[in-house]
Design a protein around this ligand. Structure first.
Ligand code: NAI
Ligand code: MG
Length: 353
């Protein structure tokens, strides 16, 4: 029996509604593969912020440092500014644990209608590799002259040789294991310092990955191509901001943001990696038991894969595909009438077959 300790941060809104689905799937598939999961729950959230004044305890990172992985639901509350929840919890974990790769796979499953007429099931299978710890999301800058006519705000983007190189290398390696195609998102025509630097480093690393065919596209044109021709992409590597936007766009192409998972990876494994669906806390549907748990369940598959259980991970993905292709069970965001629990049960049943 192999044991894993998982830190669970269910968070706010639909976070606590979808994380039980991920746990149930881990337990079910784990039983079959001789893997036992122990979950430690942490109430870090906007709810905690509203009562205790902080999203997590001061020594929060130490408390989850020894876990094998972190499973996160979603954080965000209409009563708390979004930058407080993001910078009070997610970003400290991503940065403190050097989770410099944000991996977001996108697929159009058989049985899920893409909003795009031409995106046939099976035709879209891409991964966005987003830089996750530097870039445009920086604390460098400030506000001056608040409330005055000359009020201003300045925000600096930070790109380092080491930071760009390691995420680009990760993306090239991933492409080499897939269909050997890499697209780099840039905007070197408008952003004249950081983006040409990014482009140079991508070209430099391409030389070390000869087997991968690569190109570079400006982010605006790339967004249009992901909509018009999603099937042509394999791996897309992008800076923090571009990757954030692009991966939500690509998830929408695949049928909705309730489906897509993401992994915040520390590839060196010096620290635990964090797994979360890409969606937020969805306050508009929270508490009704109708949230789509698919993103959280697929997230569990990524967690399994990261912990070295590739076969178990593939079984989870197959179970998702089987429910979508072979049954009418869907949550309302995908046009169905099932609740979170009913959909989860269908996945568990498919897993047990
Ligand atoms: P959101 O992802 O929470 O919701 C956008 C829309 O998609 C809503 O209409 C929602 O009902 C729907 N939706 C999202 N997930 C769904 C699911 N699993 N099943 C069915 N429908 C689903 O994004 P929004 O509204 O921009 O943000 C709400 C809060 O979540 C904000 O406070 C935001 O900061 C936070 N947020 C947190 C994230 C995280 O924890 N990683 C990521 C994105 C947003
Ligand atoms: Mg986002």
């Amino acid at each position: 029996m192999q044991n894993h300790r998982i830190a669970v941060i269910a968070g706010d809104g639909i976070g606590p509604e979808v994380t039980p689905a991920a746990r149930a799937v881990l337990d079910t598939v784990g039983t079959r593969h001789g893997i036992a999961f122990r979950y430690d729950e942490f109430d870090w959230s906007c709810k905690r912020y509203l009562t205790e004044g902080a999203m997590m305890p001061e020594r929060g990172l130490e408390m989850i440092r020894q876990h094998d992985a972190i499973l996160l639901g979603a954080v965000g509350d209409p009563g708390v500014p979004d930058h407080v929840s993001l910078w009070g919890l997610l970003i400290p974990i991503r940065r403190g644990f050097r989770q410099y790769v944000n991996l977001r796979p996108i697929k159009v499953f058989d049985g899920v209608e893409s909003p795009l007429r031409h995106a046939a099931p099976g035709s879209v299978d891409l991964v966005v590799v987003r830089e996750n710890v530097e870039g445009e999301y920086s604390e460098i800058g400030g506000r001056l002259g608040r409330g005055q006519a000359e009020e201003m705000a300045v925000q600096e983007a930070v790109f380092t040789r080491q930071g760009v190189t390691r995420v680009v290398d990760y993306a090239f390696d991933l492409a080499a294991q897939r269909r050997s195609r890499l697209t780099s998102a840039t905007k070197s025509n408008g952003i004249v310092h950081t983006m040409p630097f990014w482009d140079e480093l991508v070209a430099e690393r391409a030389a070390a990955h000869q087997g991968v065919v690569w190109d570079s596209e400006h982010i605006d044109a790339l967004c249009a191509k992901v909509v018009l021709e999603p099937s042509r992409f394999d791996v897309i590597v992008a800076s923090n901001l571009f990757g954030d936007i692009l991966s939500d766009l690509a998830a929408a192409v695949a049928g909705g943001i309730g489906i897509a998972p993401c992994a915040n990876l520390n590839p060196q494994r010096d620290f635990p990696s964090m797994f979360e669906p890409i969606h937020g806390s969805a306050p508009d549907i929270a508490g009704r038991g109708v949230a789509n748990p698919l993103g959280a369940v697929w997230t569990a598959a990524m967690l399994l894969d990261h912990l070295g259980h590739g076969e178990a991970a593939a079984e989870v993905e197959d179970a998702i595909a089987a429910v979508l292709a072979g049954t009418p069970v869907r949550t309302p965001d995908l046009g169905g009438t099932a609740g979170t629990e009913e959909f989860t049960k269908a996945v568990l049943a498919a897993l047990s077959r």
